[in-house]
Ligand binder design. Structure first.
Ligand code: ADP
Ligand code: MG
Length: 772
């Protein structure tokens, strides 16, 4: 049994889920699949694993010695929840561990293993009976991440298999599956006979731990960052102590708001906040090119007209009518960002106590939406939006759009205020908008992205007919068909749709099929170490920091005289821009027309000097590049283990410069992985389209993709058919004569149309390489 500290013991007794322990354990005893539904903060994530542990799951001498596995959709959650459960287990804290893609703490004492759902998915792929485990908890199922959905489908089969094995061999115990969620469309799981023939019992845990009062805004403002700024500064003045957690949609909004708050706190007049001025080098860009794919204020949702007659500019908006019980003098703001690209060490800072006499103000994206308990947060400010990847199934064009979250997400967000005490949630939108425009639940991620990776995984597990897989919400047939088409191009499956030996090998890599394909031909001309480094670079998020983010914006001086400070700021900025251009020129020294080679060079140079300072000096992201190092090692050892021809492969951290011959070969390998994503310069096409105006800049030169953009549309407008070089590509700086005939691209993007945009947004290629 477990000896817990008195504080933990007392805290546990207050959690609603603890009152249900007996009922829950009985349900688990009598059923192999159980669904647990409970409000956020009811204690699901921290307590249910402990119930299982105390009932003997995961203990070597019990009838159920296998591990208790707990999955989380996000890494931060897997790490921080394992720490919390470890603490709660007092003298048995060493039985809790975590495993995420590159790191883990499991050892032979581990009984409870927190992991990302991706980690468990790989384990199912190598052992379909999951014999190591006696119980699996799938947490946050309502998030409907692709991995969670696939896991639920897979595990419905694993449970059956283990039932059969247990009948044959009394030493084997059946697997217990517990699906947990806060607000879940449980019908997708419980009333889905393809998934579970007999519907699993649902255990509802009532009530949250602490009440959260929700306040809606009287009106919904378009510029929600500005609105957040007003509400936060007013709230900070008026509200009793307690941390703020602010939900925004992305990194740039967080930076913008944080600057603004710091400036305001520094005593500057917030009304005089500087506008970003465009410099001469920015000027030739179109509106859509600035922060492309990250466009602020482009929700396309324009509801503030609702209230256009309301003149209410009262910044308090009636929201803060809570009596100010404690007037303990002005607090300082302690502002912390929290988003996924932030280095883990900095993410973990939000769990630290704020300095004496200050209020913690966390500006977060939806990484903070579920699972996490940040102690001390009493107030949530929710902008009600999120940035989501949208994917057009017809032509593969991706866009990032800011849109309303679901009611379920809004609930999750407000729940963050009631974790360690009663709290308040200030919604920066009106209840009318909430009722009218918020969907009850988020659309499953599986329906919003290309699924070739999923299809290959399933096929490698001998599920040839993917349509028959028990998805909680099945993808449409067209998505499956285009995934199969691509897998055929990559030689991963045969014409009849069964997996090839190449496909089987590809499925073993924790990489998208295209990258796996590149690796498997990567040994030609002794290129393998480079191919590995390149694929590692391609698989991490955003190595290069875009110019707009790398170079600080400076104040506009139009309506006043320039001061010495202004001049100094301008000088600093032009120096920074010079340095930025120079760094990027150097990254192109292997090849000046191939973004893939530029990426390879950044990855390889980082290995020679893997420091934060180097990254800062080179305008690249430390966290992403660190991940490339880990991935390079991991891929190397996978190749060694799984492919007989590579047993002698050794990992070499520092690579020499590739030869020109190798560079050519590398570019061809990239092309092989993206064989279907090629575009030809429109003027060189068999039937060149008519151009109204001669392009003057590289980024205006039309290319025609091999896969037509719009099927069936007979529009003559070149913008509907052509794709263009993205301004961040190294090709954007080439002269028009030099532009390659063919370009291989990794994806197509289109900015969401926004009211301030005059022209239709162009479809942009994220270019990988020219082919020579
Ligand atoms: P659920 O999964 O149902 O949303 P959790 O099990 O994550 O709930 O958390 C239940 C409660 O445990 C929280 O509301 C909070 O009071 C407490 N708790 C969880 N993690 C921590 C932590 N790191 N520090 C302090 N309290 C915590
Ligand atoms: Mg939870």
């Amino acid at each position: 049994s477990v000896v817990r500290t008195p504080e933990i013991q007392a805290a546990r007794l207050e959690l609603p889920v603890v009152g249900e322990e007996q009922k829950l354990m009985e349900a688990i005893h009598n059923n192999n699949v159980v669904v647990v539904c409970g409000a956020t903060g009811s204690g699901k994530t921290t307590q249910v694993p402990q119930f299982l542990f105390e009932a003997g799951y995961g203990s070597p001498n019990s009838p159920t010695p296998g591990l208790i596995g707990v999955t989380q959709p996000r890494k931060v959650a897997a790490v921080s929840m394992s720490k919390r459960v470890g603490q709660e287990l007092g003298d048995r804290s060493d039985t809790v561990a975590y495993q995420i893609r590159f790191e883990g703490t499991t050892d032979d004492k581990t009984a409870i293993k927190f992991m990302t759902d991706g980690v468990l998915l790989r384990e199912v792929a190598s052992d379909i009976s999951l014999i190591k485990y006696s119980a699996i908890i799938i947490d946050e199922a309502h998030e409907r991440s692709v991995n969670t959905d696939i896991l639920i489908g897979m595990l419905s089969r694993v449970v059956k298999l283990r039932e059969e094995l247990a009948e044959e061999d009394p030493k084997i115990s059946p697997l217990k599956l517990i699906i947990m969620s806060a607000t879940f469309r449980v019908d997708d799981v419980t009333k889905n006979p393809r998934l579970f023939q007999t519907p699993p019992p649902i255990l509802n845990v009532e009530g949250r731990q602490h009440p959260v009062t929700v306040h809606f805004a009287r009106q919904t403002k378009h510029d929600y960052v500005e609105e957040a700024f007003k509400k936060i500064t007013a709230g900070h003045r008026k509200l009793p102590p307690g941390g703020f957690l602010v939900f925004l949609t992305g990194h740039d909004e967080i930076v913008r708001l944080s600057k603004k708050l710091k400036q305001a706190a520094g005593g500057l007049n917030p009304v005089a906040y500087p506008k970003v001025r465009m410099s001469a080098t920015d000027a030739p860009m179109e509106v859509e090119d600035i922060e492309f794919g990250d466009v602020n204020d482009s929700t396309g949702i324009d509801d503030y007209n609702d209230n256009s007659d309301a003149e209410d500019e009262d910044e308090e908006d009636g929201m803060f009518d809570i009596p100010d019980e404690t007037s303990g003098g002005p607090l300082k703001m302690h502002i912390l960002p929290l988003y996924s690209l932030l280095p883990t060490r900095e993410q973990m800072r939000v769990f630290e106590e704020p300095p004496e006499g200050s209020r913690q103000i966390i500006l977060a994206t939806n990484v903070a939406e579920t699972s996490l308990t940040i102690p001390g947060i009493r107030y949530v400010f929710d902008c009600g939006r999120a940035k989501e990847r949208k994917y057009n199934k017809d032509n593969g064009v991706q866009s990032y759009e800011i849109s309303w979250i679901s009611k379920a997400s809004a609930n999750q967000r407000s729940g963050r205020a009631g974790r360690t005490g009663p709290g308040h949630c200030y919604r920066l939108y009106s209840s009318a908008v909430y009722e009218r425009d918020f969907a009850p639940f988020a659309e499953p991620e599986l329906l919003r992205m290309p699924i070739e990776g999923v299809v290959l995984q399933l096929k490698a597990m001998r599920l040839q007919h993917v349509v028959n897989f028990p998805f909680p919400t099945p993808p449409d047939r067209q998505s499956i068909a285009s995934a199969e088409q691509l897998l055929r191009y990559l030689s991963a499956i045969t014409d009849t749709g069964s997996v090839t030996p190449i496909g089987t090998t590809m499925s073993k890599f924790p990489l998208p099929p295209r990258f796996a394909r590149i690796l498997l031909i990567g040994h030609l001309h002794d290129c393998l170490p480079y191919t590995i480094a390149l694929v590692a670079g391609l698989s991490v998020a955003e190595v290069f920091i875009p110019e707009g983010q790398a170079i600080p914006a400076i104040a506009q001086t139009e309506d006043r005289l320039r001061t010495n400070e202004d001049i100094a700021a301008e000088n600093r900025q032009s120096l920074a821009r010079k340095k930025f251009n120079e760094v990027h020129r150097n990254f192109k020294s292997l090849d000046d027309a191939s973004d893939a080679m530029k990426l390879l060079q950044a990855v390889a140079e980082f290995a020679h000097e893997p420091t934060e300072q180097w990254c800062e000096d080179h305008f690249v992201r430390f966290k992403s590049l660190q991940e490339t190092q880990k991935l390079r090692k991991q891929i190397t050892s996978l190749l060694q283990k799984d492919i007989p021809a590579f047993v002698n492969l050794t990992y070499k951290d520092k690579l020499d410069r590739p030869s020109p011959k190798q560079i050519t070969a590398l570019k061809q390998m990239v092309a092989a992985g993206f064989i279907d994503q090629v575009a030809i310069r429109a003027d060189l096409a068999p039937v060149p389209p008519e151009l109204y105006r001669k392009p003057r800049r590289a980024i205006d030169v039309p290319y025609l993709p091999l896969k037509p953009l719009s099927s069936g549309s007979r529009s003559d407008d070149i913008a509907d058919k052509a794709v263009f070089i993205h301004p961040s590509s190294c090709l954007a700086h080439q002269s028009l004569q030099e532009l390659p005939e063919y370009i291989i691209y990794s994806n197509l993007q289109r900015a969401a149309p926004s009211p301030e945009m005059l022209k239709k947004p162009k479809t942009r290629m994220i270019a990988l390489t020219d082919i020579t």
